[in-house]
Design a protein around this ligand. Structure first.
Ligand SMILES: Cc1ncc(COP(=O)(O)O)c(C=O)c1O
Length: 388
């Protein structure tokens, strides 16, 4: 009897359960692009130029024009982009770089790679980006760069940071890994500082089909140095002027990114519409919603809400087939890898609260209205149960 009931229920479940909603859906995006992509990949294979080459050059030019920078230098990851941007800014052993603990760890890796010390300041409780008011107190004679992160797709408060940078003669390097097509007072994220670093990791708003990244800059000399550094610092073949790196972008990624860049504006508008719907439909719930400052164009790489019982919420959403994420549950200053910096729990209360309470809801350009409605309904359900 019991077995029979279970079988019937399982059978009914199989027929009626709608498919799960992932955090992002790269397959849905590929479905609309596969013919163009296949042709571009065949062209690269036919050309037998697999590293750098015309496809990478074309993409660099198109991306520079898109963000509004003089130069774009394609590399093999966002982490490499940050590494080279710091070297080109003259940051080296013994120097300090002011940055934030609420980010993906790669921001801080890059500071470490050049032998400098990351000096953390907390993030703002509303924007979740670098708290400008805390920066000046951390400047010392060894500070060589300020490295804000445009977290979740929202540019940091760049003008006040640039003003501090000008006053102390310290360059701003933008971690724009999550902020393709974002804008600060009409200007492209990544183009206001000395250089801006992008990641094209597959899940990013502009994603490759593998690893890739880029640095944008208006400075001719920095661009030339970056081009050299990414390619073993060769001034001519087998002549190396300084310690270089193999950080070149491969041609398949350049070709794919060139095609996908044509869609970026449309995808960004879709993200913004979805975010607006979430903000409207979730406004009355007991969660902290993200915000967009009026002078910014937020590109909603991630839609992150805060709730004190985040883990339970996540499990309950998961049980309803909703893939929610955590960005990021352990802040950089509390990572074992950075224990030597000597930070303690309690040092950055805003960051620590975000880490404890953050929950990323599914948002991707191909998301349908009914998928989004299911996420909203599920969250409403879960929070109603909370108060029942
Ligand atoms: C804020 C931030 N910085 C840096 C990176 C590093 O980029 P990549 O994964 O391409 O090395 C990422 C992405 O992963 C990121 O989100």
């Amino acid at each position: 009897m019991t077995i029979a009931t279970e079988t019937v229920q399982a059978g009914r479940g199989l027929c009626s359960t709608p498919p799960p909603i992932p955090l992002i859906d790269l397959k849905a995006q590929y479905a609309g692009l596969c013919d163009d992509i296949s042709e571009a990949l065949r062209e690269v294979a036919d050309s037998s130029t697999y590293v750098l080459g015309p496809q990478v050059k074309e993409f660099e030019n198109a991306f520079a024009a898109h963000v509004g920078a003089r130069h774009c230098v394609g590399v093999n990851s966002g982490t490499s982009a940050l590494h080279l941007a710091l070297i080109a800014a003259g940051v080296g052993p013994g120097d300090e770089v002011i940055t934030v603990p609420m980010t993906f760890i790669a921001t801080t890796w890059a500071v470490n790679y050049v032998g400098a010390t990351p000096v953390m300041v907390d993030v703002d409780p509303v924007s979740y980006t670098m708290d400008v008011d805390q920066v000046e107190a951390k400047i010392t004679s060894r500070t060589r760069a300020i490295l804000p992160v445009h977290l979740y797709g929202q540019p940091a408060a760049l003008e006040p940071l640039l003003e501090i940078g000008r006053r102390y003669g310290i360059p701003i390097i933008e971690d724009a890994a999550q902020a393709h097509a974002a804008r600060y007072r009409g200007r492209g994220a990544g183009t206001l500082g000395q250089s801006g670093c992008f990641s094209f990791y597959p899940g990013k708003n502009l994603g490759a089909y593998g690893e890739a990244g880029a640095i944008v800059t208006d400075d001719d000399r920095i661009a030339a140095r970056l081009r050299s550094l990414r390619d073993h610092a060769q001034s001519q073949r087998y002549h190396h002027d300084e310690i270089g790196f193999n950080y070149r972008m491969d041609a398949f990624q350049g070709a794919i990114l060139g095609i996908k860049l044509r869609y970026l504006e449309g995808w960004t508008e879709a993200r913004r519409r979805l975010a607006a719907t979430y903000l409207e439909r979730l406004a009355d719930l007991p969660i902290q919603l993200p915000t967009e400052a009026p002078e910014l164009r937020h590109v909603w790489h991630l839609f992150v809400v805060l709730h004190p019982e985040r883990d339970r919420l996540r499990d309950q959403l998961e049980a309803r087939g909703i893939g929610a994420g955590l960005h990021y549950p352990v802040p950089v200053h509390l990572q074992k890898a950075f224990a030597h910096l000597g930070y303690r729990e309690g040092d950055f209360p805003v960051t620590e609260r975000i880490a404890r309470e953050c929950l990323t809801l599914p948002l991707f350009p191909e998301m349908t209205a009914s998928q989004q409605e299911r996420v909203v309904d599920a969250l409403r359900d879960v929070l109603r149960e909370d108060h029942a």
